[in-house]
Write a protein that binds this ligand. Sequence first.
Ligand SMILES: [Zn+2]
Length: 436
Amino acid sequence: MSMRVVAVTAIVLFMTGTAHAQLSDTEQRIVAAVKQRAPAALELLERSVRINSGTLNPEGVRAVGDIFRAELHALGFTTRWIDMPLAMKRAGHLAATHEGGQGKRALLLGHLDTVFEKGSAVPLWERRGDRVRGQGVNDMKGGDVVLIEALRALKSVGALDNANVEILLTGDEERTGNPLQTARAEMVAMGKRADYALSFEGSSKHDGVDTASIARRSSGGWLLRVKGKAAHSMGVFSAQSGYGAIYETARILNAFREQVIEPSLTFNPGLIAGGTTVSYADDTATASAFGKSNVIARDAEVRGDLRYLSPEQGERARQKMQAIVATGNLPGTSATIGFTESYPPMPPTEAGRKLAELYSKASLDAGLGRIDLLDPSLRGAGDVQFVAPYTVGIDGLGTQGRGSHTDDEDMEIASIERGAVRAALLIYRLTQSGTR
Ligand SMILES: [Zn+2]
């Protein structure tokens, strides 16, 4: 055997024999504590999933909140239920606080509600080998369990004593209550005093590598209203009668497509109606129109969404759209557009990248592979965005599964343990290191 081969063998042995060399003694005990809890963690998930907690089922949402509240209380958290005004028809949120020493403050985010309302045909819980299918297993009761198990492991080795941790599990993530300012007031307040926000929505793989998100696009909408003159169709294109609302709407939408598109920005007209009269029912998302082919269209309406990565990009898009709507109108027509923003954008930042590096390092140190950043265009909006203007956030710390929001939503059971190991190490390192 040559020296060279001996050396290579030694390195291989060294690497495999010391997979946890990057973890301190305390950290190794944290990992062991997570692993020991694996069967109990799955039981906790099952208990929470067997209760329907569709957003519009407040009793169910509160009952799931009670389960997690008892767990957090046992870990030494002060817990409270935040009620929403009755008119909002939402269950409210579970908040929990753990005051420690001088270390950094972490805000952990989850939600109790699911998209599966009472009467859903989807089974509550169905074990399928090493996966489980059910209502909200991955989105995101699995993530809630990851959050709790990570804290439990920290508690078991005494690493929670000096940690400043706040938790908010919302009851209306899937259909946020109105007004939004009320629904997310507590979250914003918590975000303002947090050094980090860790959100436990599901994680996904990209090219075989686990990912997390430090950037998420806004979600909001726009409503385009166009007016023309109702007149006999024989006069269309003439100075007196003009082109009508439908031609003008077509001009505007085409100009949006030609002039406003840029990377990370999308805007989708999802519903259009035009004719002599137009009406729209919000509760059923249904438009109706009356018109005749021999009458120039007087009214048209388009409803669309708008998603952008930074406030600047949103402002640029709105200004361009506004200008297209207000100028160059076809003869005899006029148009207005209004915008709403429901989730503010969470742009990528240097601080976010550093946080993601810490998360990836925690995963690597535990032998669970690196974590890549997820392209924000591959993900919808989420709660973490409400705190993004005030603190450094990361999302995707939860479980892994398929088919979120569909009847086939499922979760890989082993991803609970992986997520809890990573999260526990990250929370430990964030809250123990450095003073505020
Ligand atoms: Zn979710």
